[in-house]
Design a protein around this ligand. Structure first.
Ligand code: ZN
Length: 170
């Protein structure tokens, strides 16, 4: 199955099942101005089932993305492996909700790239950090030491001189 573009045309599409394959790579994320993810590679295998009233798409996401670690800021490879389904219909007003996309009546094509991005983005945990081993984050230790010592230095600088005076009184 060849990798296709992100624009799905459904005018004249026969009823039944249709296979799609999407490749998401660095350039995909870079093309989306709002993308928080900048690097990754994911293959999405999708099956679109067209019936007379609606279209249903089952998508299988497989690959990985690189996001910064919350703790050390270094690259963190996050595995992507999930499946989800999407219902596409047409209606009077354009609408998008979890698992449902309504396109305006008369629309004959649909660009799925935004939906794919959202799905990947939502699949990531809100806290992204290197794995913990024995309760300690497995970040680059040297780097963390540098970050922590910088934090300490910043904290010291931030003390209001008036508070410093008060501290002396203790
Ligand atoms: Zn880290």
């Amino acid at each position: 199955m060849e990798v296709g573009g992100f624009l799905i045309g459904f005018e004249g599409l026969e009823l039944g099942k249709h296979n799609y394959k999407f490749l998401i790579d660095d350039s995909f994320f870079k093309d989306l101005e709002y993308s928080e993810i900048q690097e990754g590679r994911i293959v999405v295998d999708a099956v679109l089932t067209k019936s007379s009233s609606l279209m249903e798409m089952v998508l299988d996401f497989n690959g990985e993305v690189i996001v910064p670690c919350d703790l050390c800021g270094e690259n963190l490879v996050h595995k992507i492996d999930f499946e989800e389904s999407l219902v596409i219909k047409t209606g009077a007003n354009q609408y998008q909700d979890d698992g449902l996309i309504i396109l305006e009546n008369g629309e004959t094509e649909f660009n799925i790239s935004h939906y794919l991005y959202e799905s990947i983005s939502l699949s990531l945990p809100s806290k992204r950090a290197h794995k913990h081993i024995d309760g300690e984050p497995r970040c680059d230790e040297e780097l963390l030491t540098i970050i922590n010592s910088q934090k300490d230095a910043d904290n010291n600088d931030e003390i209001d001189p008036r508070w410093a005076e008060l501290k002396k009184l203790k």
